[in-house]
Design a protein around this ligand. Structure first.
Ligand SMILES: NC(=O)c1ccc[n+]([C@@H]2O[C@H](COP(=O)([O-])OP(=O)(O)OC[C@H]3O[C@@H](n4cnc5c(N)ncnc54)[C@H](OP(=O)(O)O)[C@@H]3O)[C@@H](O)[C@H]2O)c1
Length: 313
């Protein structure tokens, strides 16, 4: 009998934190809370054990409810699930961090968070308004706090033991280097957009050298044009290995050493996205060498304002 392919169960031990992050992660950037709860339920059932959340997504409670249902039913244990959530831009002031963290933890209904990320390196005017804007409609940034000051507040959360690891998101390599140089606790995880059209090899090399897990969001290119899943290299590999283009893009992400976050509200796709298998080495090489398209779909890294930017055809 053939050995079952274990790729889908891969966990990456955290060098700068406690525990190990499942390489296959499910993202919860889903606007509707009812759909969120159902999608998380489906994702737990098919085997996903990493959930990526955020204060900004305004649906942590729905994610928490779905997890609680599974814990109470005894189908999944808390210690088997890795929960990531994120500090939003309007809470960068150190005195606001612990409160924001506790509020996320309470909405998620968990005693501890496995990984707490600074959502973006951009501080917005502190307050409860997520996107403060001036009279001209421009975002109001906060020049009264630096990223390292916010990072120090996250380091204190780890000392309190309710947070097992900390990290950054939507950060450039340059800014990451500054934090790594100054940090007492180094980032365990860096979450950025990454897919075959934005492989971020240089960032990945730096992360490898420093024991940081690169957590790729939009691993399927968010379904946007030009479509990663219609790329001729991806579709040719998919045909050859008898998998779908999505399964090829996701396996590629894991095999090159990243963890990923994919999202779907469609039950058969959630199942498909967990059913990944190891690609042959020559397919990995073909994807690396054969794809020349280079595109960033999400502009958050430039402004701190989230959003995938549709391209004019
Ligand atoms: N840090 C940040 O700033 C940031 C930014 C963006 C995202 N994220 C995180 O990353 C997660 C994933 O991002 P993403 O939603 O862009 O990921 P993605 O998986 O690349 O894209 C999701 C889109 O692809 C479709 N899809 C999913 N599986 C598919 C499949 N097997 N075949 C064809 N289409 C498929 C989904 O459609 P259906 O739902 O209709 O099935 C959905 O429209 C988010 O939920 C969030 O947790 C973080």
């Amino acid at each position: 009998m053939a050995t079952p392919d274990m790729l889908r169960y891969r966990r990456i031990p955290l060098t700068h934190g406690t525990g190990a992050i499942p390489a296959l992660g499910f993202g919860t950037l889903i606007p509707d809370p009812v759909a969120t709860r159902q999608a998380v339920k489906n994702a737990l059932e098919v085997g996903f054990r990493h959930f990526d959340c955020a204060e900004r997504y305004r649906n942590e409670e729905a994610v928490g409810n779905a997890m609680q249902d599974a814990f109470k039913a005894g189908t999944v244990r808390r210690e088997d699930v890795f929960v990531t959530t994120k500090l939003w831009n309007s809470n960068h002031r150190p005195e606001r961090v612990k409160q924001a963290f506790d509020a996320s933890r309470q909405r998620l209904q968990v005693d501890y968070i496995d990984c707490y990320l600074i959502h973006t390196p951009f501080a917005f005017r502190p307050g409860d308004e997520q996107e403060p804007r001036d009279e001209r409609g421009q975002v109001v940034y906060d020049s009264g706090v630096t990223l390292i000051e916010t990072w120090r507040a996250l380091e204190r959360l780890v000392a309190d033991r309710q947070c097992k690891s900390i990290g950054l998101s939507d950060i450039t390599l340059e800014k990451l280097k500054e934090i790594v140089a100054a940090a007492r606790i180094k980032p365990a995880v860096v979450q950025v957009e990454s897919h075959p059209y934005l492989p971020e090899w240089e960032l990945l090399d730096f992360c490898r050298e420093h024991g940081i897990v690169l957590l790729a969001f939009a691993p399927l290119g968010h379904g946007m044009e030009p479509k990663v899943l219609e790329d001729p290299v991806i579709t040719a590999v998919a045909k050859r290995v008898n998998k779908t283009p999505a399964q090829v893009a996701l396996a590629w992400a894991v095999q090159r050493g990243t963890a990923f976050l994919t999202t779907s509200v469609t039950p058969h796709r959630i199942e498909e996205n967990f059913d990944v298998s190891t690609l042959p080495d020559d397919a990995m090489q073909e994807i690396r060498d054969g794809i020349r398209t280079n595109i960033r779909f999400n502009g958050v890294v430039e402004t701190g304002v989230p959003g995938f930017i549709p391209r004019a055809n």
